[in-house]
Ligand binder design. Structure first.
Ligand code: NAD
Ligand code: TYD
Length: 359
């Protein structure tokens, strides 16, 4: 049996990954360590199997004793590290939590892995520490610049991306200095089921359905490289099991629409879906609001390395992925009610948009 410590497994990508892993590896057991911040929820884990395959631990990655105990108690042989503060806008208004969790938390995990796997006489080679990172560490691309490769220098622009860059460097250093068997993936923007609605795509779906304004930052011509979360999970699993130790892999969706195109597509899909809606055409709800400070203009990922070495490429087209994602949010009113009940989403909306003027 393989024992996989997943951190942040009650969040968006983490919970999708736990499901993916349990399906892909019938002999795996997941120990899911999550602090249940505003972004994490037990609702994301509702349909998971019992303790023989999935153990949920409500705890913090910064808790050294807890993490060390888990590594030993469950004979952990793989760590997949998702836990993080993940929202750029929140990193602008409150960067401290990003430094604490993303940098110090990663450091605690690395120390625990080193102690469990590398200290003493029996150094283990059958182990893996996989760190989940972002394309945002590479900074922003100009219109004609080529996509980010694994060789692109780091040039993070927000407190979020700087904290992720710092954690990537720490992980890499533990490989170089101590021989920790590690891999790192840098992935572009994800979308799909269970995403907390502070992020662009679920925010636009929910606000449009509810007839609320659709706040587009600046001119809306920023570009992201959207990837369906299931494709991301498949890529992480391929890297975890078949990636070369010490390597980093770029992961992306091979499509780069503007934010405005994404929002308009969502509006069009909702127009089709709800021909009698009083909010139709949903595009009427679009509002251009004050831009995010330091807003990165464009991201694009060169994913040739992971294609060449591991045979991975995204399966979902953006059009189908968006349609499925809208369907998922509409089919899960109970999930939405649970998120609404926590109050975090509504208070975020109020806080984020109260201070934004019209662009
Ligand atoms: P998320 O915000 O939805 O989930 C983060 C999870 O981590 C939550 O469940 C939260 O409770 C947990 N967490 C936060 N602080 C913790 C702590 N101190 N101890 C334990 N658990 C803690 O984030 P996500 O979108 O699922 O992102 C997961 C990872 O993937 C992050 O590392 C992020 O940087 C990276 N990533 C995200 C995207 C994206 O588009 N969402 C793209 C590339 C990379
Ligand atoms: P987001 O989902 O926050 O991801 P990230 O900042 O990590 O890329 O934002 C995606 C893009 O959408 C980004 O360019 C900011 C923009 N955006 C808006 O225009 N309006 C919004 O309400 C939000 C949340 C994001």
């Amino acid at each position: 049996m393989r024992n996989v410590l997943v951190t942040g497994g009650a969040g968006f990508i983490g919970s999708n990954f736990v499901r993916y892993l349990l399906r892909a590896e019938p002999d795996a057991r997941v120990v899911n360590l999550d602090a249940l911040t505003y972004a994490g929820s037990r609702e994301n884990l509702r349909d998971l199997p019992g303790a023989e395959r999935h153990v949920f631990v409500h705890g913090d990655i910064r808790d050294r004793e807890r993490v060390g105990t888990l590594m030993h108690a469950y004979s952990v042989d793989s760590v997949v590290h998702f836990a993080a503060e993940s929202h750029v806008d929140r990193s602008i208004t409150g960067p401290a939590a990003f430094i604490d969790t993303n940098i110090n938390g990663t450091f605690v995990l690395l120390e625990a892995a080193r102690a469990a796997w590398l200290d003493g006489t029996a150094r283990r080679t059958d182990v893996r520490f996989h760190h989940v990172s972002t394309d945002e560490v590479f900074g922003s691309l100009g219109p004609g610049e080529p996509a980010f490769t694994e060789q692109t220098p780091y040039r993070p622009n927000s407190p979020y991306s700087a904290s992720k860059a710092a954690s990537d460097h720490l992980v890499r250093a533990y490989g170089h200095t101590y021989g920790l068997p590690l891999t790192i993936s840098n992935c572009s923007n994800n979308y799909g089921p269970f995403q907390f609605p502070e992020k662009l795509i679920p925010l636009m779906i929910l606000n449009a359905v509810r007839g609320k304004p659709l706040p587009v930052y600046g001119d809306g011509l920023q570009v992201r490289d959207w990837l369906h979360v299931e494709d991301h999970c498949e890529a992480i699993h391929a890297i975890l099991r078949r990636g070369r130790p010490g390597e980093t892999y770029n992961v992306g969706g091979n499509n780069q629409p503007t934010n405005l195109e994404i929002v308009r597509t969502i509006c069009g899909l909702l127009d089709e879906r709800f021909p009698d809606s009083p909010h139709r055409p949903h595009e009427r709800l679009i509002r251009f609001v004050t831009d995010r400070p330091g807003h990165d203009r464009r991201y694009a990922m060169d994913i040739s390395k992971i294609g060449r070495e591991l045979g991975w490429s995204p399966r979902h087209s953006l059009a189908d992925g968006l349609r499925d994602t809208i369907d998922w949010y509409l089919a899960h009113p109970d999930w939405l009610a649970a998120i609404d009940a926590k109050g975090e989403f509504q208070s975020w909306l109020a806080q984020n948009y109260a201070t934004r003027g019209t662009a």
